[in-house]
Design a protein around this ligand. Sequence first.
Ligand SMILES: *[C@@H]1O[C@H](CO)[C@@H](O)[C@H](O)[C@H]1NC(C)=O
Ligand SMILES: *[C@@H]1O[C@H](CO)[C@@H](O)[C@H](O)[C@H]1NC(C)=O
Ligand SMILES: *[C@@H]1O[C@H](CO)[C@@H](O)[C@H](O)[C@H]1NC(C)=O
Ligand SMILES: *[C@@H]1O[C@H](CO)[C@@H](O)[C@H](O)[C@H]1NC(C)=O
Ligand SMILES: *[C@@H]1O[C@H](CO)[C@@H](O)[C@H](O)[C@H]1NC(C)=O
Ligand SMILES: *[C@@H]1O[C@H](CO)[C@@H](O)[C@H](O)[C@H]1NC(C)=O
Ligand SMILES: *[C@@H]1O[C@H](CO)[C@@H](O)[C@H](O)[C@H]1NC(C)=O
Length: 454
Amino acid sequence: MRSSTIILFIINFVIAVQCVHYEPNWKSLDARPLPKWYDQAKIGVFIHFGLFSVPSYVSEWFWDFWRDPSSPYVWQHAQLLRFMRDNFKPNFTYADFGNNFQAEFFNATHWAEVIKKSGARYTVLTTKHHEGFTLWPSSYSFQWNSMALGPKRDIVGEFSAAIRKIGNIHLGLYYSLFEWFHPLYLRDMEHNYTTHEYVRLKARPELEELINTYLPDLLWSDGDAVYNDTYWNSTDILAWLYNDSPVKDVIVTNDRWGTNCHNKHGGFFDGPDRNNPDSLPKHKWESAISVDQFAWGYRREASLDQLLTIDELIHQLLKTISFGGNFLVNAGPSKDGRIMPIFEERLSQLGEWLEINGDAIYESQIYEKCQISKNNQTFYTMKSDAIYGITLEWPHEGSLEFECIDYNDVDQVTMLGSSESIKFGPGSNGTLVKFPKWIPGDTLKYAYSFKFHV
Ligand SMILES: *[C@@H]1O[C@H](CO)[C@@H](O)[C@H](O)[C@H]1NC(C)=O
Ligand SMILES: *[C@@H]1O[C@H](CO)[C@@H](O)[C@H](O)[C@H]1NC(C)=O
Ligand SMILES: *[C@@H]1O[C@H](CO)[C@@H](O)[C@H](O)[C@H]1NC(C)=O
Ligand SMILES: *[C@@H]1O[C@H](CO)[C@@H](O)[C@H](O)[C@H]1NC(C)=O
Ligand SMILES: *[C@@H]1O[C@H](CO)[C@@H](O)[C@H](O)[C@H]1NC(C)=O
Ligand SMILES: *[C@@H]1O[C@H](CO)[C@@H](O)[C@H](O)[C@H]1NC(C)=O
Ligand SMILES: *[C@@H]1O[C@H](CO)[C@@H](O)[C@H](O)[C@H]1NC(C)=O
């Protein structure tokens, strides 16, 4: 072939690949391969920020808990009625919190640095939670956005730019489909979701504006669970996202596209909040988990024992990664825009651990043979040339059996973060590994990774 023919051939091939066209039905949409970056990234930081960060009390569901008398959250409803009566003038509205939302210390560059230091390779920001208040000057959210009310800043814009600038972190944007009190939404609800005015005039065009303006790599959909995908017109949104949007080749999304979609349709599967399956899922999934066990938004009354310790976080991370999941860990900044030191500390502890042990985590694959030891203390991942055994224990006896690894397969064992040569031998049914000498104050902590070269 002459070189021009080869070039023509390549061009045709590229066009053929790019021209995959998705139809607005699940069969077609679910066949789209998940862009590779997502599975490789493994670790993300979730940020819940919004008008709810102003009262920062009980939950980011503050407005609904307070104002919805039919809310099943009876305790929270009573608590917030009391809180408002005791601390605010009569007739104070939720919108009045807007004046108190200054985000005066919000520094997107600093947030990006904190996220980077956590070892995260992606991040997800709430651009609009169920309250409907957008953190960007949405043309579909008149007077109910962070440019018109509160900080008078484009929080999403500043955040996106800072994340791009710092590099090697994929930008994810969270968007709530429903809004508790949007008049059009309430009307559709009264019509038992047989009308679609809210979706047609608000959610759909607003979501397109968000995507077209900030070009995220990940769209984290939420607030779908009031009705099925027919109401949300979800397949049509996704067909646009995958065929025609400016991010069609990189965009990754989740499964929150209607009550009938969870763990079934979309991109990766989020399942429920704090997703924690006990057996190996068949589809790429994510565990979204908050450092504050009781809320995603900042909660001033949170006590130390309600926050996950770094050991608990690492444990959950290992269970998630060995089962093929991604780990998305959440912190809620305060209304003035600070990621409070306790959350920053957790994230940086995570980063310190990943700095040493990241080789066993990033870009790893499921070790199909066995993911967790019987006592739930040791976890396994793999790459093409190695199996990783990561254990929460530092054995008193000085050695530990990695029961899922066949001694006959192992050429050499190294420990991540240690330069000592690691001795190993056959166990009762696995590989027995002699730990190096414990060095107090060493960088080795929380969990210990051994690389079995095979
Ligand atoms: C609260 O609103 C009600 C109804 O609009 C009004 O009658 C009342 O005077 C208001 N109370 C105060 C303290 O402003
Ligand atoms: C924002 O944070 C960055 C990084 O921490 C710092 O260099 C910069 O001075 C901060 N900007 C302001 C206005 O404080
Ligand atoms: C919505 O459904 C309820 C219960 O099935 C029914 O009573 C009501 O008439 C319906 N409303 C409309 C507008 O269809
Ligand atoms: C979704 O709801 C609509 C309207 O009630 C119904 O016709 C449709 O069958 C539902 N779809 C699924 C997948 O349940
Ligand atoms: C879904 O979106 C398509 C394309 O925008 C539109 O033609 C259709 O009417 C929408 N369906 C509903 C139920 O809103
Ligand atoms: C390990 O975890 C599984 C699933 O959570 C549980 O059923 C089992 O009892 C645990 N085993 C031990 C020894 O704790
Ligand atoms: C030996 O380990 C393998 C997994 O590596 C397991 O399937 C098997 O049941 C174990 N045998 C015994 C006797 O424990």
